[in-house]
Design a protein around this ligand. Structure first.
Ligand code: NAD
Length: 495
């Protein structure tokens, strides 16, 4: 941390980014700053305002003040504003892609083609869903003539805390439905990739989102995140991040009985049955190195039928060896760097301990020495013991294990042998096996012969240590609203 003598804006990949908070429709500086470092080359991008309890108080107060008017807007008017936000994002896809890539090291080509358009969808889709789903036809108490009216009232101020691996995507996946339902929002972006949240504030402002409806407090988890989670003025807490942090913030939020929605880590399986299309299985396996494996949904444990495992392994190793590692700003790069020195050391430690515990690397196994910096080679391990740390703990990097099984029961048992339950992927050409096995897999999302596909209207979330609750479509509104049942008697009226 240092005193804030630094400038209030920075030019990042040609884009001007404000480094201050966005509170009550204004830019607000802090006395101190923190260094935002790029994983690409470990260079300092900028000194960003380091908020604390005072900035959180101000942001929550601004959000509370803006709440009644935003909540009272007819849903069609709120949705119209959110569609303008989506248009603003679409107009700035290139800027957002450039800044996000420099900030968190993920591939610019993914941002241009998939991630940033989806960020816009997070507003457009929930604007549509709000218009379609927030009304509910009245029900009748059987035999009594009472009418029951279900209404979805906005909950109030929603606190949103997000991680660095897909910062804008994960933030807007919460912000979109929270605002569409009529809440106001305070976001605490990740200190390792804080910049696109600031660009989003500009876009919100230009789209006509009223002052105080959307607020950003920059800062570290301990200094800015912790006071937000413990704040008595918040009505919902949506957190995406790691299990240990979730444990800490659960205690803070419990003081005020604040409802939580948690999207946490995973240790997801890829199950390849005997009759699988091997080309497809290999393609899905190689995809797991996207974003240098820093993906919560990654299929980290590959379970392959013993009749296919040799050919599968050989082909996945060959496919992953061909991935081009390097600067994520180049269109031809497939795998980039890890987010920070600390994270790089954590991933190195996991792999070193796995190898000393008997696992064998068939590919990678350590840093990319040619590139240096934070580039860790795609790593494929075999022969890990079932209870080894590498098989049980989330390793948020480009590391997967491959093991074989003989029977379907064994595959299901091993796939489910984890405290997590975020996702599972199944490859099979047998429809009956697909139904049977997918029904038994313990995960919030099961993909069959596909990976990473989901409609925003469908529920998303994890079982066990992978999270609490579901979001998507009506499930988001269940969380971001106070659902009320008003029962109208047939009697007692004047007429
Ligand atoms: P993290 O838990 O370290 O940090 C997440 C956020 O919490 C950051 O903004 C951080 O500043 C904040 N934070 C940290 N300590 C805090 C505290 N005491 N009080 C309040 N806020 C605090 O996680 P990370 O390393 O940024 O992200 C990686 C993790 O996120 C992985 O476990 C990954 O699986 C998970 N993740 C889950 C999903 C999902 O949808 N399930 C998506 C992406 C990432």
């Amino acid at each position: 941390m240092q005193a804030h003598t630094a400038p209030f804006t920075a030019t990042v990949e040609g884009v001007t980014v404000d480094l201050r908070h966005w509170i009550g429709g204004e830019r607000v500086a802090s006395e101190r700053t923190f260094a935002d470092v790029s994983p690409i080359d470990e260079s300092e991008i900028a000194q960003v305002a380091a908020g604390g309890a005072a900035e959180v108080d101000a942001a929550v107060a601004a959000a509370r003040a803006a709440f009644p008017a935003w909540a009272a807007l007819p849903v069609a008017e709120r949705s119209a504003i959110l569609r303008r936000v989506a248009e603003g994002i679409e107009a700035r896809v290139e800027d957002l892609a450039r800044v996000e890539t420099r900030d968190n090291g993920s591939l610019i080509r993914s941002h241009r083609r998939g991630v940033m358009p989806r960020v816009a969808m997070n507003f457009r889709a929930f604007a549509d869903f709000a218009e379609q789903q927030l009304g509910h036809p009245d029900m009748e108490v059987p035999g009594r003539g009472h009418r029951e009216r279900i209404s979805y009232d906005p909950a109030g101020v929603v606190a949103i805390i997000t991680p660095w691996n897909a910062p804008l995507m994960l933030a807007t996946w919460r912000i979109g439905p929270a605002l569409a339902a009529g809440n106001t929002v305070v976001v605490k972006p990740p200190e390792w990739a804080p910049l696109t949240a600031s660009l989003l504030a500009d876009i919100m402002h230009e789209a006509g989102v009223p002052a105080g409806v959307f607020n950003v407090v920059q800062g570290t988890g301990l200094e800015a995140g912790a006071p937000l989670t413990a704040h008595p003025g918040i009505n919902r807490l949506a957190f995406t991040g790691s299990v240990p942090t979730a444990g800490v913030i659960s205690k803070a939020a419990a003081e005020n009985i604040v409802p939580l929605s948690y999207e946490l880590g995973g240790k997801s399986p890829l199950v390849v049955l005997e009759d699988a299309d091997l080309d497809l299985a290999v393609e899905i396996a190689v995809e797991q190195f996207d974003n240098a494996g820093q993906v919560c949904l990654k299929a980290a444990r590959m379970l392959v039928h013993s009749s296919l495992v040799d050919e599968f392994t050989e082909r996945v190793v060959a496919g992953a060896a061909e991935l081009r590692q390097g600067d994520p700003r180049e269109d031809g790069t497939d795998v980039s760097a890890l987010i920070s020195r600390r994270h790089f050391e954590q991933i190195s430690g996991f792999v070193e301990r796995a190898i000393s515990d008997g696992a064998r690397p068939l590919l990678g196994g350590g840093p990319n020495d040619e590139l240096g910096g934070l580039y860790f080679r795609p790593t494929i391990l075999v022969d890990a013991k079932p209870d080894a740390e590498i098989m049980t703990e989330e390793v948020f990097g480009p590391v997967v294990t491959i093991e074989s099984f003989d029977t379907e029961d064994e595959a299901v048992h091993r796939a489910n042998d984890t405290r997590f339950g975020l996702a599972a992927t199944l490859v099979t050409s047998d429809r009956a096996a697909a139904e049977r096995v997918s029904a038994q897999l313990n995960a919030g999302t099961v993909w069959v012969n596909c990976f990473f596909v989901r409609d925003l209207e469908a529920p998303f979330g994890g079982n066990g240590r992978s999270g609490i609750g579901r979001e998507g479509g009506i499930w988001s509104f269940d969380f971001y609203t106070d659902i009320k049942n008003s029962v109208f008697s047939p009697t007692g009226w004047k007429e």
